[in-house]
Design a protein around this ligand. Sequence first.
Ligand code: ADP
Length: 203
Amino acid sequence: MPAAALSGSHALEARGLCLTYAGGIEALRAVDLSVEESSFVSIVGPSGCGKSTLLKAVAGLVPITSGTLTVGRGAAGRSAVAFVFQSPTLLTWRTVLGNVALPTELGRRPQGFDARRARDLLSLVGLDEFADRFPTELSGGMQMRVSLARALITDPRIMLLDEPFGALDDLTRQRLNEDLHRIWQRDRWTALFVTHNVSEAVY
Ligand code: ADP
């Protein structure tokens, strides 16, 4: 990723960003994007237009082909980015608490497995009573709440949300969007929220 300084209060900047996959598919062409720190940006567009690819590039999961992409670093004890996918991707053999605390265990942070913070986050997403349950005992919406808490535990500077509620029914999706907004207003990480649902993007 070519290095460039972030200007002003930006968490993320792309200039002339192009990304062509190995097979020759051009997923991103000349993308210019500046995202203010602590803002909530929705990216809306039809399936296949390159939304997920943009998030993956920001996360450093796919290499860019040309242009520049500059992503702010995480501060001490803070990750630069966290990713929330459409599928909750929970480990079925670990408890809800064990899933939420997993990044603290893997990240070799000084405090190690942070059960206390995991419990606080479970409370934030309304699941304090389910800490010792297993993912298969939860509904799809609840599993997505666990996935959100797991992303939040690294205290990310940028949250990358790739159609996180796309697989849920309308009412559950609406509740989760409200909760997400409430948590964002409290913590003010920078959000890049991908959806193909126009009303969700407007909300
Ligand atoms: P969206 O998220 O908007 O649905 P994607 O970023 O997933 O779009 O895909 C953009 C384009 O890149 C599509 O044509 C898709 O087929 C292609 N693509 C996505 N991932 C890969 C990959 N790993 N290898 C090759 N092509 C890919």
